[in-house]
Design a protein around this ligand. Structure first.
Ligand SMILES: [Zn+2]
Length: 125
């Protein structure tokens, strides 16, 4: 039991450390973003990343999956508040992120409810 608690603590510390590092990285990106020339949203990204939504008024990209299926914690993602980092890599990274994967799992589970249950190896006759 203690082992479990210890592992859990270590995990939490690790998470916090990753979060802290991410914050630092984001801050660097923000500064970098402010100085370089502005990029724009590439329309083709909509086909490549079916979850991406580009708000033409606010000029931000968001993730429809994370907005719909994210928990309060997941919604801290920049793809929920609105991302202005118009780089393909930002989308690739989001797609691979744990947050997005969690939301994607919930989305698929949600879709699963609408599909008639498969036979699952059982005889249907
Ligand atoms: Zn997402």
């Amino acid at each position: 039991m203690w082992r479990v608690i210890k592992d859990d603590l270590e995990f939490q510390l690790q998470e916090r450390w990753i979060h802290y590092n991410n914050e630092q990285q984001r801050e660097r990106y923000r500064k970098y973003d402010a100085t370089r020339r502005s990029r724009n949203f590439v329309q083709n990204w909509k086909f490549e990343f079916e979850w991406v939504y580009y708000d033409t008024k606010l000029k931000v990209m968001t993730c429809t999956t994370c907005i719909k299926y994210g928990t309060e914690e997941d919604k801290k993602s920049r793809f929920v508040s609105g991302n202005t980092n118009f780089k393909r890599l930002a989308l690739v990274r989001h797609q691979r992120s744990q947050v997005h994967r969690r939301c994607e799992t919930r989305r698929i589970a949600d879709l699963g409810l609408c599909i008639p249950a498969a036979a699952d190896g059982a005889t249907t006759a």
